[in-house]
Design a protein around this ligand. Sequence first.
Ligand code: ADP
Ligand code: MG
Length: 347
Amino acid sequence: MLENKDKQLTPLEQMGEFGLIKHLTKDFKLNQETTELGIGDDAAVLDFKTKKTVISTDLLIEGVHFDLAYMPLKHLGYKAVIVNLSDIYAMNALATQITVSIAISNRFPLEALEEFYAGVAMACKIYNVDLVGGDTTSSTKGMLISVTAMGIVDEDKLTYRSGAKPNDLLVVSGDLGGAYFGLQVLEREKEVFKVNPNNQPDLEPYSYVVERQLKPEARKDIVTILEKLEVKPTAMIDISDGLSSEILHLCNSSNLGCNLFEEKIPLDPTVINAAEEFSIDSTMVALSGGEDYELLFTIAQADYDKIKGNPNLTVIGHMTDADQGAHLVTRGNEKIELKARGWNSFS
Ligand code: ADP
Ligand code: MG
């Protein structure tokens, strides 16, 4: 990690706040037609015209949400943006602008912030969002990051957690559990490194799960696919905490129950292998692991033909009346009540 021990690195004190902001943000271009004014005045100016505006914020704290021992700063910048964009897509909206605020201690040199902003810039480019502001301040210890994302959507496409109907199909994008195992692999390597700093970890067999942890993507493509397929999800949420807690959010907000079929939960082969190696049940990880940033949504049964066969989408269950409760139907055809943290204690 870049720390201020190296004499060739530039201490932040040398920059001054305005110089620092200017330096870090000078290469960001504005591409969105809804951005009238970006960085440089007291506030950004946006014009969303007839569209509905969606806004979401996250706060990330070093040592709580990320560990710089294995999280490169560029990845951190990227991920900090991605987790916010994911919330915008979960409204069936498209992200248009972000603001990025950081608090940092003077143990970080300028070069560390350049890395962080390189990650932010990459996310802005790939997801076509404008960086339109933020705040920069010092912290006595560690690093804090807050990102706010804004997006737009036609009113009739706006999708809440509360819109699911009984018998709607429960659909998930991508596959689950990877980010959790990525974290397990990285934590393990960190411990090995503490004992033997010369050990070169071979992360190759774990590249998929490590990437899911360090460089997650937000499913903008799903919003676009659903629009093309002319499917309006009845309810949607992004999977930041784990499948079971997100399903329960949909059930509670829509005042429904559900049946989730264990055998339908999409898992990457790497996840299945890692589950064996770490002796953890892969279903439990999909249910409770978190940080996968896939989209979970419900659709009317009548729309099934439009989505079936799409390799990005898997039907994993269906909604029921609230009095039926929320259940996992296991491979052995047992019905187990869904809990926010899997179906037994998990830590
Ligand atoms: P103020 O004193 O009004 O908070 P600042 O000097 O903090 O103004 O910010 C000046 C401009 O730079 C504003 O447009 C602000 O949004 C932007 N800005 C400040 N910090 C950041 C940052 N970390 N990333 C992006 N833009 C920033
Ligand atoms: Mg400020």
